[in-house]
Design a protein around this ligand. Structure first.
Ligand SMILES: Cc1cc2nc3c(=O)[nH]c(=O)nc-3n(C[C@H](O)[C@H](O)[C@H](O)COP(=O)(O)OP(=O)(O)OC[C@H]3O[C@@H](n4cnc5c(N)ncnc54)[C@H](O)[C@@H]3O)c2cc1C
Length: 454
């Protein structure tokens, strides 16, 4: 440990190496409250690619594990420390290096905060669409690490669809450049796509070429109230089957609506069992919302209220973004992230309600409904071991249900520590074996984020 810190101090600028346990401890975990974290040996804040290479070379020479970190808003324990590790925070590499309206790309460092990139793109009449609810704090490096989704993915897709190329520092300190800056390109295996969602286990992203789109303009939102989550799920299917592509289609159940109102006095309708938010950007918003409103009514909506203007739309979106923090105030939470085919959404929502009833627990439901991506939030009192056990069992039953319905155990949050045993179930033995072989090619000594994902 002494040698490790000495060498890191010798090669990094003043203030870039922290060993005080109060400081390193504060960086030891992400937002997945229910995952273990080890004790880090040291925390470093490199500012250049060369400094990251130096850290990785040192780690390899001394055989020390390294955990790359962005803003630690992750929900799967992916950025949690392992014992004796170097915590490698990329947050000081936070510059937007280039923003090009002709090529429609941005070249950014990994510590750029998602919303800052969005605002910079908007200032040039462009958009970087992937928008996790945590967008005001999460970083592009973390978004690439997890393959993050967000609210507008139903129309614009997820992070992976916007990553054109990457600069990545490998475990031994070599610099790998993947992908392209061009609109098209198919040279070689698609290592860029492989690295997206690799959760810091294959390399450290130090620069990214991201695709931008023309700015779509503001969204207009409609709120539809239902007296069951089932009916809301059916409405989602009807809207998609009728050929609409909303820019957002989000669901909050009664528990979530109440929690958001309690946290932020949003005035959301509390008598509803499920609130569906549907939005369109671009032309003909009012006509499109009216048509979707009719479909919602036919599917059983008790009330359909289009927002008056942009400010009201923004308020509804803000309410949705507060959903997870609001539920977290109700107790200890385990936030699930199961995505099913949209056609199975109603079955998933019903199934989760059944699991909550069977285990006598509150499970708040938030969903990127248009993607079939549900976030059942199991709420419990961690001081009561019997209740905590029921919560754990429910969490697992939710994933089993998702797989049964043809879904995946993680739509966007990643495997991390939280779902490792479930990865094997989803991939099968051949899939898992190949993934382990790929890991060994990138990181033969197993130093990068060990114990995570695979
Ligand atoms: C309130 C709230 C709402 C959220 N909403 C959403 C949502 O709508 N959609 C969604 O997808 N997620 C959401 N999340 C989860 C989280 O914000 C995302 O997973 C996000 O992508 C994590 O970014 P981060 O910068 O915090 O990364 P971290 O949590 O620090 O890291 C995440 C993973 O990426 C790896 N990593 C980080 N930086 C790098 C790098 N430079 N190179 C290689 N690997 C790296 C880490 O090792 C880790 O495995 C939400 C979280 C919260 C708290």
């Amino acid at each position: 440990m002494g040698e490790l810190v000495e060498r890191l101090r010798a090669g990094l600028p003043d203030g870039a190496v922290a060993v005080d346990p109060d400081v390193t401890g504060a960086y030891a975990r992400d937002m997945a409250g229910f995952c273990d974290a080890g004790e880090p040996a040291v925390l470093v804040f490199p500012e250049t690619v060369e400094q990251v290479q130096f850290v990785m070379r040192t780690a390899t020479e001394l055989r020390v594990p390294v955990v790359p970190q962005g803003a630690r808003t992750g929900l799967s324990g992916g950025a949690n420390a392992v014992d004796g590790c170097i915590l490698l925070s990329l947050t000081r590499m936070n510059r937007i290096l280039h923003l090009d309206p002709v090529d429609r790309i941005a070249i950014v460092q990994p510590g750029v905060v998602n919303a800052e990139l969005s605002r910079a793109a908007e200032a040039r009449q462009l958009a970087y669409p992937p928008d996790p609810s945590s967008w005001e704090s999460c970083t592009i490096g973390g978004n690439i690490g997890t393959g993050a989704g967000g609210l507008c993915c139903v129309k614009y897709g997820v992070t992976g669809e916007y990553v054109l190329g990457l600069d990545v520092v490998l475990a031994d300190g070599r610099l790998l450049r993947t992908g392209r800056r061009t609109a098209k390109g198919v040279a070689g295996y698609d290592l860029t796509r492989l690295l997206v969602g690799s959760e810091g286990t294959l390399g450290v992203v130090v620069e990214a070429v991201l695709a931008l789109r023309p700015a779509p303009g503001p969204q207009l939102v409609l709120a539809a109230e239902f007296d069951s989550v089932d009916a809301a799920g059916r409405a989602v299917c009807d809207v998609m089957a009728a050929g609409f592509t909303p820019s957002l289609m989000e669901l909050m159940d009664a528990t979530t609506v109440r929690a958001v109102n309690e946290m932020a006095q949003m005035g959301l309708p509390e008598s509803t069992r499920a609130l569906l938010l549907v939005a369109f950007d671009g032309p003909d918003q009012r006509e499109l919302l009216a048509a979707v409103g009719e479909l919602c009514t036919a599917a059983g909506a008790t009330e359909v209220v289009p927002a008056e203007d942009r400010a009201e739309s923004e308020l509804l979106l803000q309410a949705r973004r507060l959903a997870l923090p609001a539920l977290e105030r109700m107790g200890t939470t385990m936030i699930d992230d199961v995505a099913v085919p949209r056609s199975a959404l109603a079955a998933m929502l019903n199934g989760v309600a059944g699991i909550a009833e069977r285990h006598r627990l509150t499970i708040g439901m938030v969903a990127h409904a248009g993607d079939g991506n549900t976030h059942p939030v199991v709420i419990f009192d961690a001081r009561d071991p019997e209740q905590a056990e029921r919560a754990r069992v429910s969490f697992d039953e939710i994933m089993a249900l998702g797989l049964e319905l043809g879904g995946t155990v993680t739509g966007e949050h990643g495997i991390g520590l939280l779902k490792r045993e479930w990865l094997a179930r989803e991939l099968g033995s051949v899939g898992l074996e190949l993934q382990r072989q790929i890991k060994a090619v990138f990181d033969p000594l197993g130093l990068l984020n060990p114990g995570k994902m695979i």
